[in-house]
Ligand binder design. Sequence first.
Ligand code: GA4
Length: 333
Amino acid sequence: MVMLSQDQNKPINLANKWNKSTDFKGIPVIDLSCPEDAKNLMVNACQDYGFFKVINHGVPLWLVSELENETMEFFNMSQYEKNKYCPPNPLGYCTNKIGRNGDVGLIEYLLFTSDHFPTNSKNFSSLAKEYVEAVRKLGCNILELLAEGLKIEPKSVLSRMLSDENADTVFRLNHYPPCLDPSPNTAYLASSNGTNCIGFGEHTDPHLISIGRSNTTSGLQICLPDETWVPVPPDQTSFFINVDDMLQVMTNGRFKSVRHRVVTDRLKSRVSMIYFGGPPLMEKIAPLGSLMEAGEESLYHEFTWFEYKTCTYKTRLADDRLSFFHKGSHPSV
Ligand code: GA4
């Protein structure tokens, strides 16, 4: 595998084991219309991979496709028009740059925060709001089922953080343009399937739970515990759920925050929408007492979501942010 680094001092680390995992049976599919089965299957998926797909999720498909159309309309505007929405304009349009510390990818995106959905069209804003609300409810449902599956009480012990009026939500609309030939400055991944540009480099999500979907273009890959990378076949009518860093801490490492990345397709555009559900900024994060077994020690220092988030924005995308909060390490970055 050949890799062009984005930064001479710190090349991105692309694992080169590929599809060698022997016991991986595919992405777990959870049917939310059978909650009794879903609880246990979801707990297993969170423990094994930190990743699963949900069907019969209750989010109206018209809402999903209308928002996707508006999103495409936005990204189809001229570069000159889109640049009008770059920060400090609150819309938060950005191209190539990811985060604040030098990460780049072959991507353009819109980032919204909980209470800020200003866009170029009223319809776009109201669809985005309605979509985020529907997906937040789905997140609450999943977190309640997980609490039940873990046999911890009350069942709102996790979901209450997303239903809190101060829940810290981020919403992201991504557009990955197709890329046939990486330019000299573009990171890429060469595999037996050909060369693909890196759209969004490997990372874990810092929040509690991420709920994403894409159009029919592939590109998302997840890293299994044995460090093999597997592609996630796209499914535009389902949602893909990631365990994020906060859920790993609250379950004292039982659930795995999944490392993932996105490569661009050689011919087709990829559009994805991801909701990141986080706790209120001042929420104290620590393993749930009701989950800890007698004598079990917390693997992490206690911290607030604000402290973790502040640390997140000082790191590079691929960094292992949780390691700064492990017992035995120094929490200040
Ligand atoms: C990854 C998950 C979300 O997309 C995000 C990302 C954020 C950003 O794009 O600004 C970060 C990244 C994400 C983690 C490390 C930091 C912050 C880019 C980056 C290099 C919006 C988030 O909350 O964390």
